[in-house]
Design a binder for this molecule. Structure first.
Ligand SMILES: O=C(O)CCC(=O)C(=O)O
Ligand SMILES: [Fe+2]
Length: 337
């Protein structure tokens, strides 16, 4: 650990209203500190309308009450784009089942892959939607939510660039052009331990330790705790749900292109304790272009000098190695495991 390494025991709460005020520099300096030392933050007074969030929260609960036949009709295994429903424990982290049930959705995108193109481009294509008779208005509302989060996340990447002394649109070159940019989102349910039928297996994981690919904006839907991030000593720190906030976190792609100055932090989700209601969350992933090359940006020397490094992590590093080599293939392989 270098001298200027600062550890953390909770996450900062950044006030987005400063961004459109005379105090923008104050926001940028708090953001820079957070990127150097934590890579995870809450943001309050963000631009996503509260009525939209209330609707999305309500739909997210309804999705898990759909008839099983309807869930299975839109199962992810039908989709070459890895969109749709996944049963409990269909995914793994570090070879251990993740005890969560989920739907993956994305910006509605046509399927344009042709024979001869890289196979990972098949990841792009349309959603599988539940029948509107079960969730009237869901499709329109979710697409509106994805659009708003897409705009917010683009603005946020400008702030990251500015805080690191870079031109505001520096990170855009790693994204697809706006008319082809497909962002992804999951609606996730983590049942409590007593509903998992794992006997006395108290090692159940909601999601195992990992880092995200690029940048994530997480909505914690209800008041059930479970998300934790790993600080520099390797200690797991709780990230409790806070009303009116998103949790934002930096992934390995942004860490790579900022020369390690913005840190990607390992996180996990614990299974809720016996007797708890299920935890529901909605992570939105701004998606790096599958064709992107992770060439490092020209971060000014004085910024690089200020940034500490050396972090303890329980995340799976194989994924990172694959990711650096070929982003499209890494994303695809991550799905096929
Ligand atoms: O559900 C959460 O709180 C976080 C989930 C997560 O880390 C992920 O899906 O990458
Ligand atoms: Fe994550």
């Amino acid at each position: 650990m270098t001298n200027n390494q600062v550890d953390f025991t909770s996450l900062p709460i950044l006030d987005y209203s400063l961004v459109h005020s005379l105090k923008k520099d104050e926001f940028l300096s708090q953001l820079r500190y957070t990127l150097f030392h934590i890579g995870f933050l809450y943001v309050k007074n963000h631009p996503i309308p509260e009525e939209l969030i209330t609707k999305i929260k309500s739909y997210s609960t309804q999705l898990f009450n759909l008839p099983t036949s309807e869930k299975l009709r839109i199962e992810m295994c039908n989709s070459p784009h890895f969109l749709g429903y996944n049963k409990l424990a269909a995914e793994k982290t570090k070879d251990i089942d993740d005890q969560r049930e989920q739907y993956d959705f994305a910006t509605e995108t046509p399927y344009t892959w042709k024979e001869g193109e890289p196979i990972y481009r098949r990841l792009k294509g349309p959603n599988q939607w539940p029948d509107e008779k079960y969730v009237p208005g869901f499709k329109e509302t979710l697409l509106e939510y994805i659009k708003r989060l897409s705009d917010f996340s683009l603005e946020f990447t400008q702030l990251i660039a500015l805080s690191l002394g870079l031109p505001p649109d520096s990170l855009y070159k790693f994204l697809d052009p706006p008319d082809e940019h497909m962002n992804r989102l999951k609606v996730v349910k983590y049942p409590p331990l007593n509903e998992l039928a794992l006997g006395s297996d108290y090692s159940a994981q909601g999601v195992g330790p990992h880092k995200d690919p690029w940048i994530t904006f997480l909505l914690q839907v209800n008041n059930v705790q479970g998300l934790q991030v790993q600080n520099h000593k390797g200690v797991w720190i709780d990230v409790p749900p806070l009303d009116g906030t998103f949790v934002v976190n930096i992934g390995i792609g942004i860490e790579a292109v900022t020369r390690g100055v913005a840190v990607a932090t390992t996180h996990r989700v614990l299974t809720p304790p016996p007797g708890s209601i299920p935890r529901i969350s909605i992570p939105f992933f701004q998606t790096i272009s599958y064709d992107a090359m992770l060439e490092p940006l020209d971060v000014p020397e004085d910024i690089i000098r200020q940034a500490p490094r050396s972090v303890v992590s329980d995340a799976d590093t194989d994924y990172e190695e694959r990711f650096y080599k070929n982003i499209g293939n890494a994303q695809l392989m991550n799905r096929l495991r």
